[in-house]
Design a protein around this ligand. Structure first.
Ligand SMILES: Nc1ncnc2c1ncn2[C@@H]1O[C@H](COP(=O)(O)OP(=O)(O)OP(=O)(O)O)[C@@H](O)[C@H]1O
Length: 201
């Protein structure tokens, strides 16, 4: 049950970012294309050089080896890389629950990754990330390739897990209606910083 805290974080054009995401809270981040949303997530995941501090609970990002930090503060990028031939090889164990809850065929573990549609890849990337039991989540447009039904199914699945496992979550989203459905708070990138928005609905 930890808070994810950004203090004076700076990367690219984004400067002096301060934000605390509480355990179980979903903070949505929006901004124009190229405004730095993905780079901000990459800085928090310690994938790109940045200045400032990121803490998960009492742990400073700088005090933990990068690979351990990234398995705790798990980023799901918009486009995931797949290292093995079949889907199942990317998972520590073959629990079919997540697949079914995401509306995927229970046999998907045996499929070759190349056979997956972009929407299936996106759902599997989420299932793969959650199977590793992270302590915080960074989601980069997690439903970008999904139709309306799949989007709502994935939103509900994520919200349940985030609540149940009390994961502080930063969720990059473009659509106001999605933000209204999932966000506890919403920030928009303005003038190289983030500005809290009023929640609608
Ligand atoms: N490694 C890098 N070094 C320097 N500049 C970079 C690097 N990666 C991305 N950029 C630039 O930083 C800016 C922000 O990119 P980013 O991918 O974070 O935007 P974004 O807000 O996520 O956009 P979109 O909504 O289109 O995905 C862009 O101008 C991009 O070209």
């Amino acid at each position: 049950m930890a808070t994810l805290a950004l203090n004076s974080l700076a990367i690219g054009d984004l400067k002096n970012i301060h934000l605390q995401v509480a355990a179980g809270e979903i903070v949505c981040l929006s901004g124009a294309s190229g405004s730095g949303k993905s780079r901000l997530l990459r800085a928090i995941a310690d994938l790109d050089l940045h200045t400032g501090n990121v803490h998960l609970g009492d742990t400073n990002q700088n005090d933990m080896p990068g690979h351990r930090w990234r398995s705790a503060v798990m980023m799901v990028p918009a486009e995931s890389a797949w290292w093995h031939e079949t889907v199942g090889e990317h998972f520590p164990e073959r629990s079919k629950d997540a697949l079914q809850q995401l509306g995927l065929d229970a046999d998907a573990f045996d499929w070759e990754v190349t056979r997956l549609s972009s929407g299936e890849k996106q759902r599997l990337a989420l299932a793969r990330a959650l199977a590793r039991k992270p302590a915080a989540l960074l989601l980069d447009e997690p439903t970008a390739n999904l139709d309306k039904d799949s989007t709502e199914r994935v939103e509900n699945w994520l919200r349940d897990i985030i609540e149940e496992q009390q994961l502080p979550t930063l969720w990059v989203a473009h659509h106001e209606d999605q933000i209204a459905r999932v966000a506890d708070r919403h920030f928009h990138i303005v003038d190289n910083g983030i500005e809290q928005q009023e929640m609608t609905g």
